[in-house]
Design a protein around this ligand. Structure first.
Ligand SMILES: *[C@@H]1O[C@H](CO)[C@@H](O)[C@H](O)[C@H]1NC(C)=O
Ligand SMILES: *[C@@H]1O[C@H](CO)[C@@H](O)[C@H](O)[C@H]1NC(C)=O
Ligand SMILES: *[C@@H]1O[C@H](CO)[C@@H](O)[C@H](O)[C@H]1NC(C)=O
Ligand SMILES: *[C@@H]1O[C@H](CO)[C@@H](O)[C@H](O)[C@H]1NC(C)=O
Ligand SMILES: *[C@@H]1O[C@H](CO)[C@@H](O)[C@H](O)[C@H]1NC(C)=O
Ligand SMILES: *[C@@H]1O[C@H](CO)[C@@H](O)[C@H](O)[C@H]1NC(C)=O
Ligand SMILES: *[C@@H]1O[C@H](CO)[C@@H](O)[C@H](O)[C@H]1NC(C)=O
Ligand SMILES: *[C@@H]1O[C@H](CO)[C@@H](O)[C@H](O)[C@H]1NC(C)=O
Ligand SMILES: *[C@@H]1O[C@H](CO)[C@@H](O)[C@H](O)[C@H]1NC(C)=O
Ligand SMILES: *[C@@H]1O[C@H](CO)[C@@H](O)[C@H](O)[C@H]1NC(C)=O
Ligand SMILES: *[C@@H]1O[C@H](CO)[C@@H](O)[C@H](O)[C@H]1NC(C)=O
Ligand SMILES: *[C@@H]1O[C@H](CO)[C@@H](O)[C@H](O)[C@H]1NC(C)=O
Length: 616
């Protein structure tokens, strides 16, 4: 064949190909693209960054900002890309006239109103990226006619209605992302026809009903997000057979049933398993330790029982294990088994039936570990001093167990610790090295048997918002240093101890404090005037001490006070008048006829707390 003939044939082939597409035939259609784009622009009501200012008559439309024209058909628009431009408006139905369009990318703008059915005429379309807009109405079923569609991303919109059954015909679709919309109804079984699908995100879509078994026909699935819906029944067992799956999230639904025992071998590529907040039962499969890429195992708030798998330590990349709120019954040896997981960040096993003591080998856990969460179990014994090795720990939460003995002094090495909850145990001593924990935000040691004085070093913890030492045997006086911690805002509770001496006048530094309780101690002397500087106080409990003298009239400054209890002291004089005459008055007296003052409700028209009650 001569060279000329080849060229001619090629031209003919091209002609046949495109001539068979009616939209490409007439020159008028090129004008149609321009008209369609102008209609698109006309439907935009705000364009804060001038994204469309180049869209004017003096510039050829193929050169307009965000427009890509075909190289083969220079006057045909194939791409419209205007993301993050702050555009406000609706999407013109004329969009359906851009018959060569392959890609429309409008994410992160404020498009509202419906997605026009006319988009179904764009049968060359491969990508629709509309995430982070305000599109409303239903998903147009005509999109099913865009048979070359590969990516459909409607994440974070205001879409309603059902997932159209017709979408099942999109055999080239690889991504379907509807995350966070107001879609409802069930997952249509036709989803099983999306044979190219690898990324499915139907999280937070208000879906109910069962996960259709047809989903298991999607042999290319990699990411499966079905979380935060109202799905019920069992996860189709065949879904666990799709070996390509890397992420499987069904968290926060009403699903039930077991996790198949062989999940670790049928899903060998699994990295992320999110099953929290459902009603799953049975045991945690041992085979999980065969899915060697696993990074996150999240099974919290279900009904799992039995023991922890022993071999999780084989998962060298494991970062997060979350099993809180189940009925697991085991000792804590699984923790020792995790020492080879050198990336481990979170151990969260609270609210189960774990017993036994913390192994010394926690010292060998990953230095990346930032959370140990074991509250509400039956753990006894001591906290081993080796805990001081976990230098990256930010949360240590072991409240409501039977732990005893001194809190180890090595705790002072945990400079990043923000949250330390050890309340409701039987600890006996608090080391002064606690003062090294300058990142501490919340410290709760309430309801233990801690004796000795409150370490003044606590005054170094300048990030504290909450300090709770109630119901212990602390004695000695309250260190002025802790009363100088102006960061404390949520609560300072020292009640039910054996504290003596005066309330330090430094108390006036606690300007952000809402709740202070020093009741049921042996405090004496006057109530310091400086207390009136604590302008955020809402709850103030000073009862059952030996305070004496006059009640400072300056307390009237405490306008936000909702509860003031001064009963069972040796105070004299009048309770300050907190509000002026018009205010409602409510008295509440204790047995001892000593004052409690209450102000209830937040309605300013009924503010009360005017209590000229004589103290006895
Ligand atoms: C049209 O847009 C171009 C590019 O932004 C600009 O240079 C030109 O001045 C505009 N013409 C008119 C008439 O607005
Ligand atoms: C979204 O668009 C705004 C401009 O309107 C921009 O400032 C912001 O960074 C964008 N957000 C993302 C996540 O792209
Ligand atoms: C383009 O689309 C609109 C709305 O869908 C329609 O009214 C119009 O006839 C179409 N054709 C042209 C050439 O603009
Ligand atoms: C939607 O698709 C149907 C065919 O399925 C067609 O008849 C109708 O015209 C389409 N609607 C629009 C607005 O393009
Ligand atoms: C969908 O869009 C969001 C936001 O633009 C993006 O973060 C996400 O990766 C997209 N999803 C897919 C599967 O492309
Ligand atoms: C979302 O849709 C509802 C109707 O379903 C409407 O009332 C609401 O205004 C929409 N929100 C936005 C931000 O467009
Ligand atoms: C999905 O495929 C089944 C056959 O597997 C077919 O009967 C059904 O019509 C298809 N549905 C859609 C919406 O394509
Ligand atoms: C989930 O379904 C239950 C009843 O089955 C219903 O009470 C609840 O409101 C639903 N929740 C959501 C978020 O749709
Ligand atoms: C999973 O696949 C195996 C072999 O590929 C098959 O024997 C088994 O029946 C499948 N299980 C389910 C529940 O589909
Ligand atoms: C950690 O790995 C080493 C080397 O593979 C092995 O000998 C040891 O038993 C493992 N430790 C645990 C607790 O699994
Ligand atoms: C703590 O974690 C950070 C990263 O989160 C890491 O860079 C650092 O090396 C870790 N510290 C220790 C002592 O391992
Ligand atoms: C506490 O910090 C001081 C100095 O900042 C240091 O000398 C001491 O060893 C630390 N104590 C502990 C238990 O880490």
């Amino acid at each position: 064949m001569s060279k000329w003939l080849t060229v001619l044939c090629t031209a003919l082939v091209w002609c046949c190909y495109f001539c068979s597409i009616p939209a490409a035939t007439s020159v008028a259609n090129n004008e149609a693209d321009r008209v369609a784009l102008l209609a698109f622009k006309a439907a935009i009501v705000e364009d804060p960054f001038g994204a469309l200012s180049s869209w004017n008559h003096s510039l050829y439309y193929c050169h307009w900002n965000g427009i890509l024209c075909s190289r083969l058909h220079p006057e045909r628009v194939i791409g419209l890309t205007l993301m993050s431009q702050g555009l406000v408006g609706s999407l013109s139905p004329h969009i359906g006239n851009l018959s060569f369009l392959k890609s429309i990318i409008l994410h992160n703008n404020s498009f509202h109103g419906p997605i026009p059915q006319e988009m179904g005429r764009l049968f060359r379309l491969q990508t629709i990226e509309f995430s982070y807009n305000l599109f409303g109405g239903g998903i147009p079923n005509n999109l099913s006619r865009c048979s070359r569609l590969e990516r459909l991303n409607f994440t974070h919109n205001n879409l309603t209605g059902n997932i159209p059954t017709e979408l099942g015909s999109l055999s080239r679709l690889r991504t379907l992302a509807l995350y966070t919309n107001k879609i409802s109804g069930t997952i249509p079984p036709s989803i099983g026809n999306l044979s190219s699908l690898s990324y499915l995100d139907l999280s937070e879509c208000n879906l109910h009903g069962q996960i259709p078994g047809e989903i298991a026909r999607l042999r290319r699935l990699i990411f499966v997000w079905l979380s935060a819906n109202n799905l019920s029944g069992k996860v189709p067992s065949s879904l666990y057979n799709i070996s390509t799956i890397i992420l499987l999230s069904v968290a926060a639904n009403q699903l039930e049933g077991n996790i198949p025992p062989d999940i670790g071998s049928t899903l060998p590529n699994l990295k992320l398993l999110y099953f929290c907040v459902n009603s799953f039962t049975g045991t945690i499969p041992t085979s999980l330790s065969n899915a060697s890429d696993l990074k996150s195992i999240e099974l919290c708030a279900n009904d799992f029982s039995g023991t922890m798998p022993r071999d999780l330590g084989k998962l060298l990349g494991l970062r997060i294990i979350t099993v809180h709120q189940n009925r697991l019954q085991d000792d804590l040896s699984f923790i020792s088994s995790l020492t080879n997981c050198t990336s481990l960040q979170v151990i969260d096993a609270g609210d189960n039936l774990f017993r036994g003591s913390l192994p010394d080998s926690i010292a060998n856990l990953s230095t990346y570990l930032n959370m140990i969460n074991l509250p509400l179990n039956q753990i006894h014994g001591i906290i081993p001093s080796s805990i001081g090795n976990l230098l990256n720990l930010t949360t240590l939460s072991m409240e409501m167990n039977n732990l005893a003995g001194p809190i180890p002094s090595s705790i002072g090495r945990l400079h990043k610790l923000c949250i330390m909850f050890l309340h409701q145990n039987k600890f006996t001593e608090l080391p002064s090295s606690i003062g090294n924990l300058t990142s501490l935000i919340s410290l709760n040691l309430g309801e233990n048997n801690i004796h000795g004085s409150i370490p003044p070093t606590l005054g170094n913890c300048h990030s504290l918002l909450e300090l709770d030492l109630y119901k212990n045997n602390f004695n000695g006086s309250i260190p002025p240093e802790i009363m100088s911690l102006s960061s404390i805002s949520t609560s300072l509770t020292l009640d039910h101890n054996a504290l003596t001496g005066f309330l330090p006048s430094e108390i006036g530094s606690l300007k952000n404090l809402a709740n202070m309780d020093v009741s049921y101690n042996k405090l004496s002397g006057p109530i310091p005037n400086t207390l009136s500087n604590c302008l955020s106080l809402e709850w103030l409990y000073l009862e059952a001490n030996s305070f004496e003298g006059e009640i400072p009239q300056s307390l009237r400054m405490l306008r936000g006070l909702r509860m003031l209890d001064l009963s069972q002291n040796n105070l004299s004089g009048k309770i300050p008048t907190f509000y002026t005459t018009a205010d409602q008055v409510q008295h509440a007296q204790t047995d001892q006829h000593q004052p409690t003052v209450q102000k209830k409700g937040s309605n300013p028209s009924s503010k009360l707390l005017n209590t000229p009650l004589a103290a006895s």
